[in-house]
Design a protein around this ligand. Structure first.
Ligand SMILES: Nc1ncnc2c1ncn2[C@@H]1O[C@H](COP(=O)(O)OP(=O)(O)OP(=O)(O)O)[C@@H](O)[C@H]1O
Ligand SMILES: [Mg+2]
Length: 197
């Protein structure tokens, strides 16, 4: 059975799909067989991005599929080195189901308290329902200044949850790249790619 990484959140627009695309493109480049389960049945954001990617003749990142049921997505892990689950906004029972089985659950969050508080609340809920603390990590996304980053890291540290090293800065270049089917490590700006990496 391959490894499973899931991106989940309570709030929308915190860069779940953005990070999932980045991890998928890098993992695929490094030679892993990758499956992406897009659980956002309403938008199919990841799947749509991948369609644009293929239309623009960029490398396929593997197999991308939209799933309505978390269980069907999880079953895919048997056939790939890495299963990436791009969750829909608003944690649900599906989120809990995914979190229990994933090797790593990443909760992307912007740096404001309005975003951090629901992310930490979701982390609590996942933990209470059986996801080990070591499998949960927050990731800072769409950040602006260093002081904002420092403040957010301190706030997260007090909650007792891990936060991934590095953070994703808010940059139009990241949006632009994704409009064309490219990931945050594939923008036209070398410095943005290196930071995202
Ligand atoms: N670092 C960034 N800099 C600039 N724009 C960004 C960045 N990260 C994400 N965005 C943009 O913000 C929007 C939301 O990002 P994304 O779709 O990845 O979030 P999401 O958590 O998957 O949202 P949803 O909850 O709707 O699934 C998108 O338009 C995306 O291009
Ligand atoms: Mg999304």
């Amino acid at each position: 059975m391959g490894k499973i990484i899931a991106f989940v959140s309570q709030k929308g627009g915190v860069a779940k799909s953005t990070l999932a695309r980045g991890v998928a493109s890098e993992a695929s480049k490094s030679g892993l067989s990758v499956k992406v389960a897009d659980l956002d049945t309403q938008q199919g954001t990841f799947a749509e991005w991948h369609r644009i990617r293929l239309n623009n003749s960029f490398n396929s990142i593997g197999s991308v599929e939209v799933f309505a049921k978390a269980k069907d997505a999880i079953d895919q892990a048997d056939h790939y080195d890495l299963l990436i689950i791009d969750g829909a906004a608003r944690a649900s029972s599906a989120t809990l189901e995914i979190a229990k089985i994933a090797d790593l659950v990443i909760l992307p969050t912007c740096a404001s308290r309005d975003d951090l508080t629901p992310a930490i609340r979701l982390a609590h809920e996942l933990q209470q329902k059986g996801t080990p603390n070591k499998d949960i990590a927050l990731a800072l996304t769409r950040v602006g200044t260093q002081s904002e980053i420092d403040d957010a890291r301190e706030f997260i540290q007090q909650s007792g949850y891990q936060v991934l090293d590095g953070e994703l800065q808010e940059k139009p270049g990241y949006r632009q790249a994704q409009n064309d089917g490219l990931s945050i490590t594939e923008t036209r700006y070398k410095s943005l790619n290196e930071k995202a990496d």
